[in-house]
Design a protein around this ligand. Structure first.
Ligand SMILES: NC(=O)c1ccc[n+]([C@@H]2O[C@H](COP(=O)([O-])OP(=O)(O)OC[C@H]3O[C@@H](n4cnc5c(N)ncnc54)[C@H](OP(=O)(O)O)[C@@H]3O)[C@@H](O)[C@H]2O)c1
Length: 326
């Protein structure tokens, strides 16, 4: 395993360069399989696990929480301690069963930040959440309130690092500026969808009907270049299995750049004896920008394949060819 630092200051952490997504653990993925995946990931040196207070509400029409509860049971049964970094999120939990984050989200008020983080700590069995993200934006609450709400938890020691997901770059920058001006900690880990193939920016995606806010595009890349203290955690780097099963490729990837990039990806995969998915993960891990892929898996075979990508070194020439394709 290889490691990189997330965050700055006393709460910064050394985490494995491949994070494990627990989104479907405890719902779609049964407990026995989930435990086996977590055990193998940790055995291989992995220590960065991702969840959210709303996972996976859509699987049973409830409000979510199965993933955090499963992680809590796993942590307790394994005696897992501070060596395992667990990141969770709040803000997108539906306020009532049968609703969604699109129409009825908990949001980012000071009250929600306090109450939901307490619920997450309880479910996970952690006195302190290592990394807490704002899952989606909330335009109904003044940003200062959100910034102060998160800052209070860090000051009390119930949260280590702060992160943000799926917000417009200008909102992230504004929140960080508000925090800096108030002498409070700001978001340091940015979680966005990012892969080798690029989506069209002009068509709404499934998650964000108003536009592709959740995608890490050129603007976010520029922001990361300007702010070296930030890390991009790249969710759905394998496009939910589409590199192995192309029929899974979402509609917003249907444009002329996709076949061009896929051709180079397959070429490099042949040269290295790796799978296209492994090349994608290796490309992200060795990227000039601090990108940390966050994959989901439903079997040990998938996990082994993804773990092996950590040791795959791409040559400068292969990297340049991958970057140039469009
Ligand atoms: N911040 C956000 O809004 C947000 C949104 C989405 C996800 N996330 C986080 O990111 C994590 C990962 O997201 P994701 O599940 O969409 O990521 P992903 O890694 O792109 O997709 C995971 C799926 O791809 C398939 N897969 C994985 N490895 C494979 C392999 N080696 N060969 C073939 N197929 C493979 C599996 O599909 P099958 O199980 O069908 O075989 C697996 O369930 C989540 O668990 C969650 O923690 C965050």
């Amino acid at each position: 395993m290889k490691y990189r630092t997330i965050g700055t200051g006393p709460n910064r952490r050394e985490v494995s360069v491949l994070a494990l997504g627990a989104m479907l653990f405890g719902s779609v993925t049964d407990e026995k399989t989930s435990f086996a995946l977590l055990d193998r990931y940790v055995e291989a040196g992995g220590n960065f696990i991702d969840t959210s207070d709303n996972y996976a509400f859509w699987t049973d029409g409830g409000q979510g929480g199965q993933s955090e509860e499963l992680l809590g049971r796993w942590r307790r049964s394994r005696g897992a301690g501070a060596e395992i970094v667990v990141a969770t999120k709040l803000g997108a939990r539906p306020l009532a069963p049968g609703t969604s984050y699109t129409d009825n989200p908990e949001g980012l008020s000071a009250k929600v930040i306090r109450e939901s983080s307490e619920r997450s700590r309880e479910k996970l069995g952690m006195e302190r959440l290592d990394l807490l993200y704002a899952h989606i934006d909330d335009h109904t609450v003044p940003q200062r309130e959100t910034v102060e709400g998160f800052g209070a938890l860090v000051a009390e020691g119930t949260v280590g690092l702060l992160g943000v997901s799926n917000q417009a770059v200008w909102r992230v920058e504004r929140a960080r500026a508000l925090a800096a001006a108030a002498g409070l900690p700001g978001y340091e880990v940015l979680q966005y969808q990012h892969s080798y193939l690029r989506p069209r920016a002009d068509v709404p995606d499934d998650l964000f009907p108003d536009g592709s806010l959740g995608h890490a595009g050129a603007e976010l890349a520029g922001y990361l270049r300007a702010e070296p203290a930030l890390t991009l955690v790249a969710y759905s780097p394998l496009l939910k299995g589409a590199y192995a099963r192309p029929e899974r490729l979402p509609g917003d990837y249907d444009h002329p750049g996709t076949p061009a990039r896929l051709a180079v990806l397959r070429e490099v995969a042949r040269e290295t004896g790796a799978t296209p998915g492994q090349v994608v993960l290796a490309w992200q891990i060795g990227h000039e920008l601090p990108i940390l892929p966050l994959t989901g898996v439903s079997s040990l075979a998938q996990l082994e394949e993804n773990l092996a990508a950590v040791d795959l070194e791409l040559s400068e020439e292969q990297r340049a060819r991958l970057d140039a394709a469009h």
